[in-house]
Each structure stands twice: as structure tokens, then as C-alpha cells.
Ligand binder design. Structure first.
Ligand code: ZN
Length: 228
């Protein structure tokens, strides 16, 4: 199956397709893109930080090793002077500011253990250093690459391209549990994605579970044929 934005996928399939382990930041893991794996634990206080434009997110960098109590500043360099993943992402931002060519970052978000969702392909456009009250952390700013047709939203309707809006992880989690992890129309557990009941272009929101449901690919195709 071809994954699109908001596809629901198993961890096993991500690992096999992308050759990643479960760590948050994976710079340059593919010749064409980096990968970020978002989970509530990673981003706890800033979870679902989606900007009002609906297409920009912030992702908090990674901690120094064994910083279980999150007491230490995040680092761009290792103790031996090499770049950490934070450092590599920062370097990519500097490169973007010089050349205008952003690093592509594919973002997956964890819904429940073993169930993930593809948030989309993003451009890494900036970073900042923020004091969270105890220490300095990096926040990376990623903007949805709306030129990528796979980011069209609702899997097939390319006409919604300019209106793609990100669904917060918390909404996806709520919907996944409410819908029991299966298609609300036929009960299938294959090729699922989070679907906007009323499309954004017709006034539907991404921010409320009331307008999001789980659909399988077949039912989604039927739905879009009806709209035609
Ligand atoms: Zn279905």
C-alpha cells in the first residue's frame, strides 16, 4: 500500500520500510529525507504544537544521554566534539538559510503502542533555543511540504491540496480509541487512515475528534467517487 498523510501504519512496517529504530531524530537516514518519530513522551509539554497556519509544527530536540530527569541543556555536540542529531538538524537549518534548499523530514507520530500515523513530509526551516524553566532545549520548526501530492490529505482528493491541515496527535489518539482501530463504515482493519468527515475546504476542522474518523482505503474511494 502507498502511504499518504494520515495513514495508520504498524511499527513493524515503518521499521521495514525506513530502516529506523525507535529514536526520535534520524538525520539523513534516507538519501532524500530525514525522519522524525514523534511520541507523547518525546514532546510531552509541547505536544501537538501546531501553529495557527495549520501546517507548521515544532519538534523538541533530544536530551543528552541518560538525562532521565531532564535537568541538562540539550547539546548540539557530543563530548568528543561530533555533531549530535540536534547538531545535524541545526546544520541543515543553516544550510537552508544559505541556499534556500530545505532538508526534507518525514514525520511519523505514535498513536498507541505499535500503531503510528504518517504526519507527512516537511521542510526543516528553522530552529530556536528555548528555556523551559530548567534548562535550554532546541525546538525545530517544520513546515508541511504542500507540493508533495502525498500530503494532499484525505488520501485521494488532490483538490484539497491548498487546504491540507494537520490533525493533532491527541485528536488522532482519541479517534483511534473511539473507533476501535477499524474503519467506521465496514469494520476493516486494513489500509486505514484518519479521514475528515467534512473536508477542510467545506468548513470542516482538523482540531476536533468530532470531524475525524477512521476509514479504510476502499470506503474512502467510494466516498470521493460520490463527491465527484
Ligand atoms: Zn471501510
Amino acid at each position: 500500500m502507498d502511504w499518504t498523510n494520515d495513514s495508520i501504519v504498524e511499527w513493524y512496517d515503518i521499521a521495514r520500510k525506513e530502516h529506523v529504530s525507535q529514536k526520535g531524530m534520524n538525520y539523513g537516514i534516507n538519501p532524500n529525507y530525514s525522519i522524525i518519530l514523534m511520541s507523547r513522551r518525546d514532546n510531552a509539554p509541547y505536544n501537538d504544537c501546531i501553529y495557527p497556519d495549520g501546517v507548521t509544527i515544532e519538534y523538541e530536540g533530544h536530551d543528552v544521554p541518560k538525562d532521565y530527569y531532564k535537568e541538562h541543556d540539550q547539546e548540539a555536540y557530543t563530548s568528543s566534539g561530533g555533531l549530535t542529531e540536534n547538531g545535524k538538524f541545526i546544520e541543515a537549518v543553516e544550510h537552508f538559510k544559505k541556499t534556500g534548499v530545505p532538508e526534507k523530514v518525514k514525520v511519523y507520530e505514535k498513536i498507541i503502542p505499535n500503531r503510528w500515523s504518517l504526519k507527512g513530509m516537511f521542510d526543516l526551516v528553522d530552529y530556536k533555543i528555548v528555556n523551559d524553566g530548567k534548562r535550554n532545549v532546541f525546538r525545530f520548526i517544520l513546515k508541511l511540504d504542500e507540493s508533495d501530492p502525498k500530503n494532499a490529505g484525505d488520501a485521494v482528493d488532490i483538490r484539497e491540496l491548498p487546504h491540507t491541515r494537520l490533525i493533532p496527535s491527541s485528536v488522532k489518539q482519541e479517534v483511534y480509541i473511539r473507533d476501535g482501530g477499524k474503519c467506521v463504515l465496514c469494520g476493516s482493519t486494513e489500509n486505514l487512515h484518519f479521514d475528515h468527515d467534512l473536508p477542510f475546504s467545506k468548513g470542516g476542522t482538523s482540531l476536533s475528534a468530532d470531524n475525524i474518523r477512521i476509514l479504510c482505503q476502499k470506503c474512502n474511494l467510494k466516498k470521493s467517487n460520490k463527491i465527484e
